[in-house]
Write a protein that binds this ligand. Structure first.
Ligand code: GRF
Length: 193
């Protein structure tokens, strides 16, 4: 069985979309794959409740309990590696990862970013796209490399920016698009394994 581990910090809507796709499209039968666990660095992340309700094993690893970023990442790697995952999926995991962590999962660490990369890496992407007068934005699924939000692009989806948009309304529409492309991109990776 090919295991997938999903890392979250918040609401977990992308995680839920991936679990739903895995169930609906029967990834077990199709790819011999399953979502093995959801791990959050925030003990009170709402996504943990969602994941449990969907029957997925959850773990909490509070980063405040660790003296250094390296110590947290080392423990996180141990927790992840229990599942020997073929993919580690970042779904709103709001932590900068150490080079050692990224190197350990080279080629099997994926992320979704709420912009059309390489535009608007980093935070606050929607407000920055609106302020720049962009007519289009979107979301990007990419392999994670050492540099933040830069790495081989696996999938992108476009979302139009409307004159009436605020960062909040735009974020809502981008997330709806994310929930479609993220499961699709993961399914494509599994199909190629
Ligand atoms: C998404 O918009 C994703 O692009 C960004 O963080 C957000 C996570 O949302 N990396 P959710 O926790 O999946 O609802």
């Amino acid at each position: 069985m090919k295991n997938i581990v999903i890392l979250i910090s918040g609401s977990g809507s992308n995680m839920a979309a991936i679990v739903q796709a895995a169930n609906q499209e029967d990834w077990q039968a199709k790819f011999n794959a399953r979502i093995a666990a959801v791990i959050s660095n925030k003990p009170d992340a709402n996504g943990l409740i969602l994941a449990s309700a969907m029957g997925i094993e959850t773990k909490r690893l509070n980063h405040f309990a660790f003296a250094t970023r390296e110590a947290f990442d080392a423990e996180l790697m141990q927790e992840i590696d229990i599942y020997a995952p073929v993919l580690v999926v970042l779904a709103g995991f709001m932590r900068i990862l150490t080079p050692g962590f990224v190197a350990h999962y080279t080629g099997r660490l994926v992320n979704i970013h709420p912009s059309l990369l390489p535009a608007f890496t980093g935070l606050n992407t929607h407000q920055r796209a609106i302020d720049a007068g962009c007519k289009l934005t979107g979301a990007t699924v990419h392999l994670v490399t050492e540099n933040l939000d830069i790495g081989p692009i696996l999938a992108q989806t476009e979302v139009a920016i409307l004159p009436s948009d605020t960062a909040k309304t735009l974020a809502t529409r981008v997330q709806i698009a994310e929930h479609i492309i993220y499961p699709q991109a993961i399914a494509q990776l599994l199909a190629a394994m």
